[in-house]
Structures are given as structure tokens and as C-alpha cells.
Design a protein around this ligand. Structure first.
Ligand SMILES: Cc1ncc(COP(=O)(O)O)c(C=O)c1O
Length: 391
């Protein structure tokens, strides 16, 4: 048995908060009504859905009518991108995205490319940032959508979203931001940003899995992907996942409260302790992502002469849950497209490690990781002909 269990993979998913679970429970059992029914059971469920939608809207400073509940972040990304493509194809068929998007965005764009849409994939610099000049130059008469992530899941870099929106909007182009990693963790205000579409996911902010939302600014027209009973203002048919939506609402309330109580500062402090500890204690540790413009809970690093998977297994044996960009979701051994797009060489990208903190992470947890990780790295390097002298 490991001395301690430390979960540092909150970018993959967060635990369900106790208060979120409590809020959901009645809707899994006695409050089972269909929100579309007219009787008291239905009205009770409808009220819960409406209140939750209002909580989610408050988190991003939107109107409740602008929040479309979906079956997760991936579905919201699909709705934003395909929904725009189908609605605006009469005006143009060109879409702009970046090289470091989540697969829910990049694969959706690539699918549209096969249907005859044109795609421009913007490069990023070595910190994972897109260039506003590149974006400006890529926009053409036929451009209908710019879809760029708010913050990256693998390296934590926060994009210059305000400038991205301003640049696209100045040329009359719609903007979608994938905010899955950002919303609930840093203040996000859609009115201030003026973005058209923003993706959210409940399970990245202590809510349940399989529930997300797309913010759709009033007046922005999308074609629905799921047709049927016309729920979600006609944009996503199907009887609502009441318990999931209530959980999302409770998670949004929790996120609002945590942001007000200074969660960003506390997570940043622990993240800095971790990053500084790693660079102090481990030679040839390359922190990836932007040094300043990064998510407050996100640390990512590449180590020379190491395989990410071996590192994960050894950390897991020591009770530490982490992830590596070298292990792609499909199980392929190709290093992450994000790290490669940032110009990180293949060999180094293979030794990537992502440690993402959460609301229950303590200083003791970080100190434990700083005790275990240097030994794991040094032991693995000792097995590598090139790494021996560093171990
Ligand atoms: C940036 C980003 N977008 C989209 C998603 C997909 O969200 P979901 O898991 O809710 O489908 C993720 C999940 O990892 C993500 O990190």
C-alpha cells in the first residue's frame, strides 16, 4: 500500500463534490418527473432544471436563455462547430482553428473538411500560444468560424482570448471558445469577452460526467444536431438529464463560491511550489506551456530520457495519479499533437508529465510528490543508456 494517495489528474476529471452529490440524489429517485410534463412531478423537475441553468449562466455572466445543456463538452464542441457550419454554409465554408485543440474540436473540423469545408489550422509558439497576426492574416471573405480553446488541457496555456475575439469580430466572423478547462477555475465573463459560443463541461468542475453546456449568445443561429421534441430551445432535443443538470448547477454554485473565496490564488501557490520544486530537484526538467498565462492548477513538464508511461506506472504504485501527453487517448504511441505543435522534439515529448491540482490538494500532497518524483525520474534514467549520467 502506498504511504499516501494523491490524485493530481483534475484536468482529466474531478471528483464529484459532496454537495453536488447531495443535490443530485433526490432527482435519481423520488423526484423522477419528466421536466416536459405538466403535472406536479414534471413541474418540480422543470423548476430544478431552470434553477440549474440560471446557476450555470451566472458562472459565466450569461442569460439563462443562452445556456444550452448538452451531453458533455465534446457534444457542445460539435454543436458549436457543426451547428455553425450547417447554419452559415450559404455565406462561406472556411473555418479557422489551432494546432493544439482537443480532439473534440480538431476531429470535428477535420470531419467538416471531408464534407467540403476548408480548414486553416493556426500554428502555436513554443509556449502554446496562437499569434493574433496569424489569425488576422488567415481570416478571409468566406470565413464563418474561428474555434480556439480558452485554455489547453495538456500544457495549461491560456490563449489571448480577448484579442482573438476582437480580431475575428472586427471582420464579422463568429468565435467559439472551448472553455472546458477554464470555466469554473478562472473567472470567465462572456459579456466582457463578447464571444459567440463557449463550451463548458461539468465533470471538470466537480460535477457529474456526461453533462456539459454550450453558451450561445442571443441572436447567434445554429443548426441543431439532435432533432426531436425541441428541448433546449430547439437546439438539443431529448428528455433532459435532470439529475445531471442539477449536479451541474450545484457544481456551478460551488465554482462561483470558490472563485470568490480566492481558489485561484491558493491553487497557484501550490502549483508554483510544485513547479519550482520539480525544477530545483530534477536536472533537465523542461516545464511546458506558458510560464505566466497558464491555468492556476496546472503543471506540465517533460523529462529527458524517460518514457511517460513508465513514469505514470511508478507514480501510480506510489499512490500518485497523474497523466502524460505521450499516452494518447486512442492508445497510440505517438506523442501528443499539442507538444509536437509547440516544437518539442519527439524524444522529449515522450517523457511528458501532467500534474493537475484540485480543490482538496494540500501542501503535504505536493511535498509528497516532490519526495517521490525525483526518485522515479532518476531510477528510470538509470535504465536508459543516455540518461545514466543524469540519474
Ligand atoms: C479542452 C477540452 N475540450 C473538450 C473536452 C471534452 O469534454 P467532455 O469530456 O465533457 O466530453 C475536454 C476533456 O478532456 C477538454 O479538455
Amino acid at each position: 500500500m502506498p504511504a499516501r494517495k494523491v490524485y493530481l489528474d483534475h484536468s482529466a476529471t474531478t471528483p464529484l463534490a459532496a454537495e453536488v452529490y447531495e443535490a443530485m440524489k433526490p432527482f435519481l429517485q423520488e423526484r423522477f418527473g419528466n421536466p416536459n410534463s405538466l403535472h406536479s412531478w414534471g413541474r418540480e423537475a422543470r423548476k430544478a432544471v431552470d434553477e440549474s441553468r440560471a446557476s450555470i449562466a451566472r458562472l459565466i455572466n450569461a442569460e439563462p436563455r443562452e445556456v444550452i445543456i448538452t451531453g458533455g463538452g465534446s457534444e457542445a464542441d460539435n454543436l458549436a462547430i457543426k451547428g455553425t457550419a450547417f447554419a452559415l454554409q450559404g455565406r462561406g465554408r472556411h473555418i479557422i482553428t489551432s494546432a493544439i485543440e482537443h480532439h473534440a474540436v480538431i476531429d470535428t473540423c477535420k470531419w467538416l473538411e471531408k464534407q467540403g469545408f476548408e480548414l486553416t489550422v493556426l500554428p502555436v509558439d513554443e509556449t502554446g500560444m496562437v499569434s493574433i497576426a496569424d489569425l488576422d492574416a488567415a481570416i478571409r471573405e468566406e470565413t464563418i468560424l474561428v474555434t480556439i480553446m480558452y485554455a489547453n488541457n495538456e500544457v495549461g496555456t491560456i490563449q489571448p482570448v480577448r484579442e482573438i475575439v476582437r480580431t475575428a469580430r472586427a471582420k464579422g466572423v463568429r468565435v467559439h471558445l472551448d472553455g472546458v478547462q477554464a470555466v469554473g477555475h478562472i473567472p470567465v465573463d462572456v459579456k466582457d469577452l463578447d464571444a459567440d459560443l463557449l463550451t463548458l463541461s461539468a465533470h471538470k468542475m466537480y460535477g457529474p460526467k456526461g453533462v456539459g453546456a454550450l453558451y450561445v449568445k442571443r441572436g447567434v443561429k445554429l443548426d441543431p444536431l439532435v432533432h426531436g421534441g425541441g428541448q433546449e430551445f430547439g437546439l438539443r432535443s431529448g428528455t433532459e438529464n435532470t439529475a445531471g443538470i442539477v449536479g451541474f448547477g450545484a457544481a456551478a454554485e460551488l465554482a462561483n463560491r470558490r472563485l470568490e473565496e480566492g481558489a485561484v490564488e491558493e491553487e497557484s501557490r501550490l502549483k508554483d511550489l510544485l513547479i519550482n520544486g520539480i525544477t530545483d530537484k530534477i536536472p533537465n526538467a523542461h516545464i511546458t506551456g506558458h510560464p505566466v498565462e497558464r491555468l492556476p492548477f496546472h503543471a506540465s513538464v517533460c523529462f529527458d530520457y524517460i518514457e511517460g508511461e513508465s513514469m505514470l506506472l511508478r507514480l501510480d504504485a506510489a499512490g500518485i495519479g497523474a497523466s502524460s501527453g505521450s499516452a494518447c487517448t486512442s492508445g497510440s504511441l505517438e506523442p501528443s499533437h499539442v507538444l509536437l505543435a509547440m516544437g518539442i522534439p519527439h524524444e522529449l515529448a515522450h517523457g511528458s508529465l501532467r500534474l493537475t491540482l484540485g480543490k482538496d490538494t494540500t501542501e503535504e500532497d505536493i511535498l509528497y510528490v516532490l519526495e517521490i518524483l525525483p526518485k522515479v525520474v532518476s531510477d528510470l534514467r538509470a535504465l536508459s543508456p543516455l540518461g545514466k549520467e543524469l540519474s
